[in-house]
Design a protein around this ligand. Structure first.
Ligand SMILES: [Zn+2]
Length: 369
């Protein structure tokens, strides 16, 4: 398997090298001119104005910044579960992947579904343009402007221009395959560089519309190097490097946050730990020498990460990372761990990570340049 991937990458690297050799001949993808009128992004009521924020940490509002939308979960079902655990808002990142003979995803979500939910519950759902699409599970597409790539960039531009979408994601770049106890089978070992041609076009859109782009990339050294090149080339793009910067070390995260003011991290799944847990808060689905955790087995913050949260309280988001329809059945059981994290932080930092940073990010920009 490894040999097969290496060979595929080698062939693509050859192809990419020849393409990059004539990179100047690339036509820009078909974006609308910056002078095209845009609809200002719809406004959300700041949660800092809600009476709930005056209460104890155990009751403060939460914006769930990292979830995935599937076809088989209704808006009402989601709202009911959110109400049960005082989650005020939820980002919906559509999971387009369907089931195949190899994969069980419980997916088939869509941008249109996310938009419909947000129109019904405008203060509860935050729709993103979904990037978990089967067409993007392909090394070559990140490097050359295929017709699908062109269409996706153009359609994303159009959707952001309407003022109804608040971000893009999740971009799956370095992803480890897994099979979990719920029968989910995610078989693709993905390894696409963050500074590819296509990622750079999405970074352009992020800067243009002031919307976050959520990126999943386990921080192996070459992955981090490519992410840094992307950040250097696009300082105005708003990068949310999921799962605590791909489970980077506290030291590395602090250094990157100091260097790149628009870099953020979500903590998607990072606070779940203990026996039987299959999530990013433990060494799941594999352990690498570059993988670092946020909590110990009891859910207590590791001192070095707590220090980073207190030093950079404006850069982190809460995220349950519920990724599949059948796992939403257990949504409410994930929230006590988050409340326990907030109790361990200073009040100001807890509020920012729970809802304040999301408030600020979603009020940026007006749907266009
Ligand atoms: Zn992820």
């Amino acid at each position: 398997m490894l040999r097969c991937i290496s060979r595929r990458h080698f062939l693509w690297a050859l192809a990419a090298a020849s393409v990059l050799g004539c990179a100047r001949q690339f036509q820009p993808l078909d974006l609308a001119p910056t002078s095209t009128p845009t609809t200002p992004r719809r406004a959300l009521k700041p949660l800092s104005d809600s009476p709930q924020v005056q209460g104890p940490t155990s009751l403060i509002p939460i914006v769930d910044f990292h979830t995935h939308l599937q076809k088989r979960i209704t808006a009402e079902d989601l709202v009911r579960r959110m109400d049960e655990v005082l989650v005020t808002r939820m980002v919906l990142m559509p999971l387009y992947y369907g089931d195949t003979p190899r994969a069980t995803n419980d997916g088939e979500g869509s941008d249109e579904q996310a938009l419909a939910y947000a129109r019904r519950y405008p203060e509860r759902f935050i729709p993103f343009v979904g990037m978990q699409r089967p067409e993007l599970v392909d090394y070559g597409i990140w490097h050359r402007p295929t017709s699908f790539a062109r269409r996706l960039v153009r359609e994303t531009d159009t959707k952001l221009r309407t003022g109804e979408f608040f971000g893009m994601g999740e971009f799956m770049l370095r992803f480890y395959p897994y099979t979990n106890k719920f029968g989910i089978v995610a078989p693709s070992d993905m390894d696409y560089p963050a500074d590819s041609y296509l990622m750079r076009r999405f970074a352009d859109l992020s800067a243009r519309y002031k919307v976050p782009m959520v990126v999943h990339a386990e921080a192996e050294p070459p992955v981090t190097d490519a992410m840094i090149r992307l950040l250097e080339a696009h300082p105005d793009a708003i990068l949310v490097w999921a799962h605590n910067c791909g489970r980077s070390s506290a030291q590395s995260i602090a250094a990157m946050l100091a260097r790149f003011p628009n870099l953020h991290a979500d903590l998607g799944g990072m606070v779940y730990s203990g026996s039987g847990v299959e999530h990013y808060g433990v060494y799941f689905p594999r352990r690498t020498p570059w993988m670092h955790l946020v909590v110990d087995e009891y859910g207590r913050l590791l001192p070095e990460m707590k220090n980073v949260f207190e030093t950079y309280p404006d850069r982190f988001f809460t995220g349950t990372d519920i990724a599949h329809a059948r796992v939403y059945e257990r949504y409410v059981q994930h929230l006590p761990r988050w409340r326990f994290i907030f109790q361990q932080l200073s009040t100001d930092t807890a509020r920012k990570i729970a809802y304040g940073n999301a408030d600020r990010l979603f009020s940026l920009g007006g749907g266009g340049p």
